[in-house]
Write a new protein. Structure first.
Length: 756
């Protein structure tokens, strides 16, 4: 009976806890999770740190574990557990939802910790604590993440300010003042960044407007997604700040699914569950990476539509193009019903296109093969990329670790052990380093597989070296020819070209670009990593946006999202002509040939009386790029297919069939005249032009609208810039438009089509 009495006594104590924690005071004090999780309080709320150290609620959120009432135990009772929650107000009365960086900086740290323990302003004493939970926590990851471009947004700000004519390409600003206590000395690493100002103090840009105008643009439009604040109050954009931005999954509707009985189900801006996770779904990445230059939708085979009506809203002419007449829009089921309409990422249904032509049997914009096979963003983008390195990088290209060859090797070598160590996965729930194992493994037959973190499946990892080796069972002559021509050494390329030129196109085998009839392979293939990115051919389609019109209208006001200042002049922007496949080639940060993407940016300013002060003027950079194709950056579109693009998309045809001249003119950067923008001064800009070319040798660069494609270029000069910076350094080319030698190689190497 003694044991029974002990059980009865325990039940009495538990009942007392139930009564005291959320009702009347008592001398029996609830502690930690036990008190918070009583049925009359937070009930069966999920344990956020599931699988990790057994943390109590107060270890993360703070508060008083010895209090006996809700008002005493909680730091506040007026705001739910999220800075985005409706109803809560800042000191001074403004609603807490949508708080700016400056306002969050001024919050009482105890209040901010209570609302979101992972916010970077206080995470050093929660997620990054060296003693929390009885052992070293995530101190290194936190210190790296605070310096990452995900947190600073330095690269995006540098790009915008460069094209506004305010700075050079280097990063000078971030969303907050940031200093690296132990700065690195490698290329692309910076010691400090200053907070983006909300005005330019009267400095005049090359465009002619005061710098304040473009700082206004940056502060309103370009600082929405970063880790120092919550996401916007918009379906699809809901996220929390800090570590929770990724590790606390939020649904597109922003509504909670938690078992917490105290949580209001109709509040938006909350994580789905009160649980941190390492298994981050693609939808979480897409809360930020959804715009047309991001890849969250492209990888699914979906793109944005054009916005040709943008200029007409301010009384201008339509400078854009209409969507394809038979386009199939992404179904309404992918959107969120909000305020009586369907919306996603701030765009109303129908906006996103999943098929260019619903009348044929071809999907012109297929999903990426990795996505189709069930792989997720976190399978490729590793910890060192997402959390940053040990030092502050000024741009994303200096943080990128993974490349195609990291998994697939090169034509001359299989994947290395060094590359394999990039891809790790945790066997534990909390991701302790001691529990990490390789995600890419090799079996007894020498086959590599990558274990998918979300689908829990082994995915075969093809080794290109086996596809180009005739002694291997996986040999494919097409792969050999493609890699040999684009990644082989000069001798191997020259031998292949000599074979092709010696054979009549009608005699080339049907398996072209396999071996020409009667050709033999050299004993030493001589293949290595060449001047062409793998995705230069294997990106099945490439989105381009021709013409971005940024409009500042002083008849309205808007808030600067960094400083919180109410600014005269609401800024909006319109993507005039978005197209699914208009390939333009250029050099990337590695000095290799890559697809590029971009737009020419034009700027208008309307004063408070409705007068147009600046009428669709092309921005001018500090080094003189303006108008025609003035922004074209190298991009991996994440639209990979096993079968590469048709060769005649970049090279002239050798079989006598007329060339697709506009595709070739665009591929080399000459431009076509298909996408024109007439600015307010009446000047016409060729938006798919990145390089000026002289074909006839008269010393004058030719007009791409009226000049046919020539067989040989005599001179070439860039007319478009890139915000990216080379990570290889001189003498490597790039990033930027193609040079004269490469343009002529493309024009002079004719091909037989692979497909009918």
């Amino acid at each position: 009976m003694g044991k029974l009495h002990e059980i009865q006594a325990s039940l009495v104590i538990l009942m007392a806890l139930v009564l005291c924690a959320c009702n009347a005071p008592s001398d029996i004090t609830p502690t930690g999770r036990l008190g918070c999780s009583l049925d009359s309080c937070h009930g069966r709320i999920e344990h956020a740190h599931y699988g990790g150290d057994p943390l109590d609620c107060v270890d993360c959120h703070g508060g008083d574990r010895n209090a006996t009432t809700k008002s005493l135990a909680h730091v506040t009772t007026s705001v739910s557990f999220n800075p985005s929650s409706p109803g809560g107000r800042l000191p001074g009365g403004r609603i807490l939802r949508g708080a700016t960086l400056a306002e969050l900086d001024e919050l009482d740290p105890a209040l901010l910790q209570f609302l979101n323990p992972s916010d970077y302003r206080i995470a050093a004493r929660t997620c990054g604590s060296a003693t929390r939970g009885g052992g070293n926590c995530h101190t290194r990851i936190l210190s790296n993440s605070e310096l990452s471009t995900h947190a600073t947004l330095s690269g995006q700000l540098a790009g915008g300010l460069y094209f506004g004519g305010l700075t050079d390409r280097d990063a000078h600003f971030a969303v907050r003042d940031v200093t690296d206590a132990y700065p690195g000395t490698e290329r692309g690493e910076v010691a400090s960044l200053s907070r983006l100002p909300d005005e330019g103090d009267g400095v005049t840009t090359p465009t002619g407007e005061l710098a304040q105008s473009y700082f206004t643009t940056m502060g309103q439009l370009c600082v929405e997604c970063h880790l120092s604040r919550d996401g916007a109050d918009v379906p699809g954009k809901y996220t929390s700040s800090g570590c929770n931005a990724c590790h606390l999954v939020t649904e597109n509707d922003g509504r909670p699914r938690t078992a917490d009985v105290s949580q209001a189900r109709d509040e938006t801006g909350h994580g789905a569950l009160h649980r941190l996770t390492l298994l981050i779904p693609d939808s979480q990445c897409n809360h930020c990476h959804h715009a047309h230059l991001q890849r969250g939708l492209l990888i699914q085979g979906v793109r944005e539509r054009s916005e040709p009506e943008g200029d007409m809203r301010i009384g201008g002419v339509n400078r854009g193009i209409e969507d394809p007449p038979n386009a199939v829009f992404w179904p309404e089921s992918n959107y969120i019903r909000s305020q009586g309409a369907y919306n996603l990422y701030g765009k109303p249904f129908p906006f996103y296109i999943e098929d260019e032509d619903g009348t044929n049997d071809v999907d012109e914009t297929p999903p990426d093969i990795h996505f189709s096979k069930g792989m997720a963003c976190i399978d490729c983008h590793v910890v060192a990329e997402v959390h940053g390195s040990n030092h502050m990088a000024e741009r994303r290209e200096f943080e990128t670790r993974v490349r195609c060859e990291s998994c697939h090797g090169t034509p001359g070598a299989r994947i290395t052990d060094e590359s394999r160590t990039l891809f790790r996965r945790s066997l534990s729930q909390n991701g302790g380093n001691a529990d990490n194992v390789d995600a890419i493994t090799e079996n007894d037959a020498g086959l590599f597989t990558l274990f998918g973190k979300l689908d829990q499946q082994d995915h075969p990892v093809t080794q290109i070296s086996e596809r180009v080796d005739p002694t291997q069972i996986r040999f494919n002559p097409r792969t050999l020819m493609g890699c040999g021509l684009h990644a082989g050494d000069p001798e191997f390329r020259a031998a292949l070209l000599a074979w092709f030129r010696s054979v009549d196109p009608t005699d080339v085998a049907a398996t072209f670009p396999g071996l020409p009839n009667g050709a033999t392979l050299p004993d030493d293939l001589g293949l290595r990593r060449g001047r062409m990115e793998c995705f230069g051919c294997h990106n099945a389609w490439t989105v381009n946006c021709f013409g971005c019109h940024v409009v500042r209208d002083d008849r309205q006001s808007a808030m600067n999202q960094v400083t919180g200042a109410i600014q005269a002049g609401r800024v909006s922007n319109y993507a005039m002509s978005v197209v699914s496949d208009a390939l333009i080639l250029g050099f990337d940060t590695q000095g290799r040939i890559s697809p590029t993407v971009g737009t020419s940016i034009f700027y208008s300013h309307i004063d408070a009386a409705g007068h147009t002060l600046v009428d669709a003027a092309p921005l001018l950079t500090t080094d003189g790029f303006s108008g025609d194709g003035n922004e074209h950056n190298p991009v991996h579109h994440h639209t990979i297919q096993r079968q590469p693009r048709d060769c005649q998309g970049c090279h002239p045809r050798a079989d006598g069939v007329p060339d697709n001249e506009n595709a070739l003119k665009r591929a080399i950067g000459f431009g076509t005249g298909e996408f024109l923008f007439v600015d307010g001064a009446g000047r016409s800009h060729v938006l798919d032009r990145t390089v000026a070319i002289d074909f006839d040798g008269d010393g004058i660069y030719d007009d791409p609208v009226t000049t046919p494609l020539g067989a040989t270029a005599r001179a070439a000069s860039p007319v478009a810039a890139s915000t990216h910076m080379s990570i290889t350094g001189p003498p490597a080319l790039g990033p930027g438009s193609l040079d004269l030698e490469t343009i002529n190689r493309i024009l002079q190497n004719h091909v037989v089509p692979q497909r009918p």
